[in-house]
Design a protein around this ligand. Sequence first.
Ligand code: PLP
Length: 403
Amino acid sequence: MTDQEKIIYADNAATTPVSAAVFRAMEPYLTTYYGNPSSIYSVGRKAKRALEEARDEVARCLNAEPGEIYFTSGGSEADNWAIKGAAHQLAKKGKRHIITTQFEHHAVLHTCAALEKEGFEVTYLQVHSNGLVRPEELKQALRDDTALVTVMYANNEIGTLQPIAEIGAICRERGVLFHTDAVQAVTNVPIDVKQQQIDLLSLSAHKFHGPKGVGVLYCRKGILLPNLIDGGAQERGKRAGTENVAGIVGLAQAMKDACAGMQERSERLTRMRDRLIGEVLKIERSRLNGDPDQRLPGNVNFCFEGIEGESLLLLLDMHGICASSGSACTSGSLDPSHVLLSIGLPHAVAHGSLRLSFSDQNTEDDIDAILAVLPGIISRLRAMSPLWEEIQTGAVQYDIQKF
Ligand SMILES: *Cc1c(COP(=O)(O)O)cnc(C)c1O
């Protein structure tokens, strides 16, 4: 790609650029009102007030109380605090069982794995071929010693939205804590922690045009979690350390802006998304991963038989298109995405995946530009692929649409 070429950024599920409004809101708290919020003079008091206004704003967007909002260093920290905190707290009452799903973000899966090493038992609910868990299977998995259920709101790879209110109702009725990693969902779908009966919720600013390194754990009033960081009295003594004031101000501004425009943006992105899906599925032996309707407005995830996701990303990059594949490159070996395997795709198919994720900064022109190059790139890659040759000669017999 040459420098003059416009970049088409279609990887908003990985991170987003800080918006101009957010940048403007943050700047004074880095330069002018740099005081420590715990100080009593006016530059400190200004910072303190900004912090509390940010807390109010975040609470408003979730229908929570300001006293239920804890600022963290991001989504991973909030997930760790919620899950390890709830597990350790309830282990004191003999509850050592946790329920989650097979396709959580690694911030949840690896946290659960760490708890298994400590002797906790974890049930991993199956994610069905449409990328959704079934509430009746959750009901069956609940036990008398279940401490916590943690189910992500929206999946970061395939964008599917779980039946959160239903899960919340089941957990509340059984007296089990319910945590949701809502990092991908916040600002994209309406969230009401009271109505949906959510006890613990994680979110992260950099997924909705806020800065990196700042997030929130919502913890319902009355739920006791152990302190995350001991030290000063910040975050009501639960998470010590001088607050990331500018980051927190940026988070709140981004959340306010994004929640205000949610309906209109969602409709626009859904139209763009569905046009893209319709066109891309005209490519032979391609499939859409995850439910076509129960998914984030800005997320599409495809598999193309006979190609490698990584090669596809490199060729898209040469056309200035930033996208992602489900697969993560771990220590030199290419493992297919655990999310795509969890919905029942074979390794060979899961390897040929492409995730495109859009935000309000994308336009129909971006979709046109992607559609102008994608089919050609796939043909080129298939022409070089031994696997595609096998598919062509009929050695591979399955129907990619039917997994
Ligand atoms: C990005 C992401 C996280 C991690 O958030 P950070 O702020 O980057 O730590 C956790 N869960 C999901 C679903 C995510 O998409």
